[in-house]
Design a protein around this ligand. Structure first.
Ligand code: ATP
Ligand code: SF4
Ligand code: MG
Length: 337
């Protein structure tokens, strides 16, 4: 009989960040005079745990809530309810000094290396901004040395040649490396990388992914890696969570998600990965990055009920809870009760 995962059980493991029942609604006004409104539940009771030194992948179609979850975890967006625990502390009410301390320990790497760097600020100024904000005690020479060390760490050498460049003098891959350098210069405990390679040429992606893996191996960073691309996510992640319309539906070690997907939605995602087999057709309708025609309006039901070939009465009466179907493999689906 699968085991329902208890909060107490989860807390026994050491984690960098965890959430409990995180929920976020967007109310969108509609119609010419904007009297009608529609609720989109972007996060629906999200419960997860990202362990120390772990890269935690997050996949799901466009609009499933991945970026909203990333912004919520870093307190860059308010949520309506739920909890976020960071390094053992509930950060929901953090303001002032506590929030400042939290900002020092967390960073984000953005999807678009073109717009994430200010075009009129040099690489040096851009990279050292977090140091200047959080470590005012550092002397100019120490700041310079740290900048050089960090630029080299992300594979740009000789570092001195990049210090006075501006973003328009860099290639896409170089800009993303600078984005990563800025995110890690302050030695954060937790980094969120939101689609960090999706705007880069395929030939550059492996280099950026390897930098992220190095950061984890050498410096033990915890990371959330958000992507549409399942193969890329598998390459970097220890575990992968699958999100559908605001609900997490499956979490397991990367190879188990790929080789033994259990939730019907995860199965459809994995089936959509193109394989080098001329007999197998890739169904473009199920391609990564598709946008669902449905939204989660906040009903207490399985978010996949409208599309699931196995839907049952129960699925629309109450959303399924996570169950541990095999070791460390959690699935939220009535097929596994
Ligand atoms: N500021 C906002 N105002 C209204 N609705 C929003 C806002 N931000 C996100 N949403 C809605 O919340 C849902 C989740 O959006 P989100 O951007 O988190 O998805 P995503 O999984 O990151 O998608 P993508 O893969 O395209 O980046 C979507 O339905 C989106 O339209
Ligand atoms: S809970 Fe029901 S609707 Fe949801 S995925 Fe499972 S069988 Fe399908
Ligand atoms: Mg997004």
């Amino acid at each position: 009989m699968p085991r329902v995962i208890s909060m107490e059980g989860d807390l026994m493991e050491s984690s960098t960040i965890e959430t409990n029942e995180l929920t976020k609604d967007f109310i969108n006004k509609r119609g010419i005079i904007r009297r009608e409104s529609r609720t989109t539940r972007a996060l629906d009771q999200v419960k997860l745990q990202i362990k120390e030194h772990e890269i935690f992948g997050l996949i799901g179609e466009s609009g499933s809530g991945k970026t909203t979850l990333g912004l919520a975890l870093l307190k860059l967006m308010d949520v309506d309810s739920g909890q976020i625990i960071f390094n053992g502390n509930n950060i929901m009410k953090y303001t002032g000094r506590q929030l400042f301390g939290f900002r020092e320990k967390t960073q984000m790497i953005f999807q678009d290396p073109y717009s994430s760097l200010n075009p009129v600020i040099s690489v040096y100024k851009s990279i050292v901004t977090p140091l200047r904000v959080f470590h005012k005690e550092l002397k100019e020479e120490e700041v310079l040395n740290k900048a050089i060390e960090t630029i080299e760490m992300v594979g740009l050498t000789p570092a001195e040649q990049f210090l006075n460049k501006f973003p328009n003098q860099l290639s896409g891959g170089q800009r993303q490396r600078i984005g990563i350098a800025r995110a890690v210069i302050n030695n954060p405990d937790f980094i969120i990388a939101d689609e960090p390679v999706s705007m880069l040429d395929v030939s550059l992606r492996a280099d950026i992914l390897n930098i992220l893996l190095d950061l984890k191996r050498k410096f033990g960073k915890s990371m959330m890696f958000i992507s549409h691309d399942i193969a890329v996510t598998q390459y970097v992640s220890d575990r992968i969570a699958v999100m559908h319309l605001g609900q997490l539906v499956e979490v397991a070690k990367s190879d188990r998600i790929i080789n033994n997907p259990m939730h019907p939605y995860t199965k459809s995602l994995i089936d959509s990965i193109p394989v080098p087999d001329p007999k197998k057709k890739w169904n473009l309708d199920e391609s990564k990055g598709q946008i669902s025609e449905y939204v989660n309006e906040g009903k207490n039901e399985c978010s996949y009920a409208n599309k699931c070939p196995f839907v049952m009465d129960n699925c629309r009466k109450e959303r399924p809870k996570f169950r541990e179907v095999e070791k460390d493999h959690l699935v939220a689906c009535y097929l596994y009760e």
